[in-house]
Design a binder for this molecule. Structure first.
Ligand code: 13P
Length: 250
């Protein structure tokens, strides 16, 4: 049985003082969950978040990293820098980064490898645009993105990769994929992983759904056969609402 992993992606929101109060409010609300809880916060909040989650079951992730170890890359943050302060997870290839910052399948793959090299666990985002969906290209797009992101990884690394299926038309729009639709897309991703890395590996990979997840739809989404939790944007900015998503099975 795969566990459920619920991750918040705060995007470019929250200051250090807000981060501390948020975690202080969230921690008691989710202390009894069996589900894994991750908060992916802005770089400037990481240190405060890591201090505040001590003694709780909340894990901390970043939202991006560079694939090089170090060097003349002004404004960038390396995997080693994140690891050195005890960050555990890093989101890679979010659609907003693919769209606004020229993230490509190739740079995503380099970042995933660089993350594993320093012992960070990647949360890799894949998803189709509305145009691609309407042209019936969803399966092709998401399976190709998955294959290219994982290229060259060992089976063990693939098993330790979290994939987040986030249809772009569902992000921040209030439009959620139906649970059946999201589950079917995620099955296609799992089938592609099985084709390349074998059924055992595919059955162990955590694949989340993201895109307008909220407390009112979390249960329906997360109790399907293949959706292993969620990557939550807007609804992860309010501790009480986020706690209800985490506690969807209570
Ligand atoms: P929303 O939950 O705000 O739609 O964002 C989803 C997302 O992009 C998470 O990475």
């Amino acid at each position: 049985m795969r566990k459920k992993i619920i991750a918040g992606n705060w995007k470019m929101n929250m200051l250090p003082n807000e981060t501390i109060s948020f975690i202080e409010e969230l921690a008691p609300l989710v202390k009894d969950t069996e589900n894994e809880v991750i908060l992916c916060v802005p770089y400037t909040d990481l240190f405060y978040a890591l201090l505040t989650v001590q003694g709780t079951n909340i894990k901390i992730g970043a939202q991006n990293m560079h694939f090089e170890e170090k060097g003349a890359y002004t404004g960038e943050i390396s995997g080693q820098m994140l690891k050195s302060i005890n960050v555990e997870y890093v989101i890679i290839g979010h659609s907003e980064r693919r769209q606004y910052y020229n993230e490509t399948d190739e740079s995503v793959n380099k970042k995933v490898k660089a993350a594993f090299n320093v012992g960070l666990k990647p949360i890799v985002c894949v998803g189709e645009t509305l145009e691609e969906r309407e042209a019936n290209k969803t399966v092709e797009i998401i399976t190709t993105q998955t294959q290219l992101a994982l290229e060259g990884l060992s089976k063990e690394e693939v098993e330790n990769t979290i994939i987040a299926y986030e249809p772009i038309w569902a992000i921040g729009t209030g439009k959620t994929a139906t649970s059946e639709d999201a589950n079917n897309s995620i099955k296609e991703i799992r089938n592609k992983i099985a084709e390349i890395y074998g059924q055992n590996t595919a059955s162990r990979v955590i694949i989340q759904y993201g895109g307008s997840v909220k407390s009112s739809n979390a249960k329906e989404l997360f109790t399907t056969s293949d959706i292993d939790g969620g990557l939550v944007g807007g609804a992860s900015l309010k501790a009480e609402e986020f706690s209800k998503i985490i506690n969807f099975d209570k």
